[in-house]
Ligand binder design. Structure first.
Ligand code: KG4
Ligand code: ZN
Length: 363
């Protein structure tokens, strides 16, 4: 019998505290009944990055308020839910623990089943929530904490084709902004400055393009930008506004080139296993230059390009409720022994990614 499922989802693995309610009648398009996201940017602003202890404490304080707000927005109470889904990793462990403990408390109190969700699976399954994509599809996740190419074959079947071996691209945008005295988060500030810059003035490297495969690296690019900045400062005693714009344009062009070429390779690597679409998620996918280049690669391969709306590309709990709903419908449940995991690769057959940045483990 077709069954309608309604799940509450919780997310607290980085610096957004979020709760959402998603409903799906079997075989029909899912509906987001509520999505509440409480950012912590102002709490971390003075420190130039996410401070894990401050994040964990804020999650513990805000989670139940976000749950109340999400249920009120959906006009539901706990008895209307079929299960509760929660991010159980990867991420900053204090925040993940706060979410898992909150979900266990609600599950125990309301007698609801519990479903642990991998945060990366939440991002990777979002195109099914927003656009109903059929498996398999190729996904590029590019955010402040993650960078990986995933072939998404099923709700729990992922093949990682490549990923960053050091920084995530959003992290590189943020560090670039910091080096140039621009505002945080760096992505939008660097993109705005790059709009009137000359991308050809500085010859920045295109890291790892000389090596086969789909792995990515951004830390060398950041170092090259720092050297170029230091040379200008030494020669002129400071940076002119146009220098900043040109540095940003050169940096953004290098990131765009690398992501474009690696996407080409990832699509070529799918071989006969033709994906139904190429999808992107993560804050960096908001960058108009990068997005246009990626869209063009998809078009060259005759594939639809899917970029969920930004509010669902960046960290949120609707993606967790949805990934939980997919698991729950497939009969998956977790017990009260569900653990919070700082690292949790989606593809356990692929070698571990070594990077672990400011925003926690990369996988
Ligand atoms: O997905 P997200 O909201 O959070 C996680 O990292 O999980 O991504 C945030 C990252 C930040 O590093 C931010 O600088 C970057 O995405 N970002 C951008 C742009 N907007 C946000 N990077 C480049 N261009 C943008 N327009
Ligand atoms: Zn994320």
């Amino acid at each position: 019998m077709a069954r309608t499922l309604t799940l509450l989802g919780l997310e607290s693995s980085c610096d957004e505290t979020a709760a959402a309610v998603v409903r799906q009648a079997e075989g029909a398009a899912p509906e987001i009944l509520a999505s509440v996201v409480e950012g912590q940017a102002q709490l971390h602003a003075a420190f130039g990055g996410v401070v894990p202890e401050i994040a964990a404490r804020a999650h513990a304080e805000k989670l139940d308020l976000c749950v109340e707000a999400a249920l009120a927005e959906a006009a539901l109470d706990l008895s209307d839910l079929d299960a509760i889904a929660v991010t159980a990793g990867p991420g900053l462990i204090g925040g993940v623990l706060a979410g898992v403990m909150c979900a266990k408390g609600i599950a125990a109190g309301a007698g609801l089943p519990l479903v642990g969700v991998n945060h990366l699976a939440g991002h990777a399954l979002t195109p099914r929530l927003t656009d109903g994509l059929a498996f398999p599809y190729l996904m590029l996740l590019v955010s402040g904490g993650h960078a990986q190419f995933l072939m998404v074959r099923g709700a729990e079947r992922f093949a990682r084709l490549g990923g960053t071996i050091d920084d995530a691209p959003g992290e590189a945008f943020d560090k670039t902004a910091k080096l140039l005295g621009l505002t945080q988060p760096g992505g939008p500030a660097v993109e705005a400055a790059a709009a009137t810059g000359d991308a050809a003035r500085f010859a920045f490297p295109r890291p790892l393009l000389d090596r086969p495969g789909c792995d990515l690296s951004f830390s060398g690019l950041k170092t090259a930008l720092m050297r170029a900045r230091d040379e200008l400062v030494a020669a002129q005693g400071g940076l002119h506004e146009q220098d900043r714009r040109d540095l940003c344009a050169g940096f953004q062009a290098a990131v765009a080139d690398v992501l474009t070429e690696k996407t080409r390779r990832a699509l070529a690597a799918t071989g006969d296993d033709r994906p139904t679409a190429f999808a992107v998620a993560g804050g960096v996918a908001a960058n108009a230059t990068i997005r246009a280049r990626l869209e063009a690669v998809a078009a060259d391969h005759g594939l639809p390009f899917v970029a969920p709306p930004l509010s669902l590309c960046t960290d949120n709990a609707a993606m967790i409720a949805w990934a939980g709903l997919e698991r729950f419908r497939a009969g998956q449940r977790d017990g009260f022994d569900l653990t919070a995991r700082p690292r949790w690769p989606l593809d356990t057959a692929a070698p571990a990614l070594v990077g672990s940045g400011r925003k926690g483990a990369k996988a």
